[in-house]
Design a protein. Structure first.
Lengths: 83, 184
């Protein structure tokens, strides 16, 4: 393993810069998006009554809109809408 | 220190519908996919972002079809290559198949494989070492910025980096596996 001197290690570490955090976060949210996250956020922005229902009782509003109870989805909605 | 879950274990958890596992998978391979798009294919940031999101969207959809869970890295590399090439061809407005891959793609990806394995070896280091090496080398942060973020004297950064590199080398020696062969 002597080939891995400090300079080689440093060069290899430089080889993998981090992508923008927003890209990573968007990719990490793919499962949530597939479960309706984007639709919920879009509707909350367009429909004041739905937004107010989400603020009043997020879980109940989601179930009322036809989404299955899903804590991860609820957390993501809260974060995206800053609730 | 943390024990890194193997790629196969991680993929198995993703397949079972574990959202945390998916987040970890994206985190583990995000740099790799990004580097292939930008370094091997020279895509612009805008094109790289499109490819990046498409790679993970397709990976999510097709994960159940992956025959060998431990082959996730080469599978993602191949998917990224194909989408990068499609992007270059679309930009060049030539028929699919007419535009060859840029030269040196294989060599660059081979180097990225090695770098990814090294990055995974970082998991065996103490948190302070992982943080300082990543900030300095991969995020290109200055001594001053690192010192502020980690609340340590700027004058000690260079020596800390050096010590952490020594630890990283020891970690690699402990693995007894050439970088290019590790992972999964």
């Amino acid at each position: 393993m002597n080939e891995y001197n400090e300079e080689t290690l440093a060069n290899l570490l430089r080889t993998l810069p981090a992508p923008p955090e927003a890209w990573v976060k968007a990719a990490q949210e793919i499962p949530l998006a597939r479960r309706g996250l984007d639709d919920i956020v879009e509707r909350a922005r367009a429909d004041q009554a739905f937004r107010e229902a989400l603020i009043a009782d997020l879980e109940q509003a989601l179930e009322g809109a036809g989404f299955e109870s899903d804590p991860a989805l609820a957390d993501a909605v809260r974060e995206r809408l800053s609730l | 220190m943390q024990v890194l879950e193997t790629d196969a274990q991680l993929v198995a958890r993703c397949r079972a519908g574990d959202d945390d596992a998916w987040r970890e998978l994206v985190e583990r391979f995000s740099r790799y996919v990004y580097a292939i798009a930008v370094q091997a294919f020279g895509l612009s940031q805008a094109d790289a972002e499109d490819v990046f999101q498409e790679v993970f969207a397709r990976a999510y959809e097709n994960l159940p079809k992956l025959r060998d869970d431990s082959a996730i890295r080469p599978w993602l590399a191949q998917l990224t290559r194909r989408l990068c090439l499609d992007t270059l061809r679309a930009g060049a407005r030539v028929q699919v198949g007419d535009l060859p891959e840029p030269s040196g793609v294989d060599e660059t990806i081979s180097s990225l494989d090695e770098a990814l394995a090294l990055h995974e070896a970082l998991a065996g280091l103490p948190e302070n070492c992982r943080e300082i090496l990543d900030r300095f080398f991969a995020r290109d942060e200055s001594y001053r910025r690192i010192a502020e973020a980690l609340d340590i004297p700027a004058g000690t950064i260079a020596s800390r980096i050096s010590r952490c590199l020594v630890k990283l080398r020891s970690e690699l020696e402990g693995r007894n596996t050439p970088l290019a062969e590790s992972g999964g």
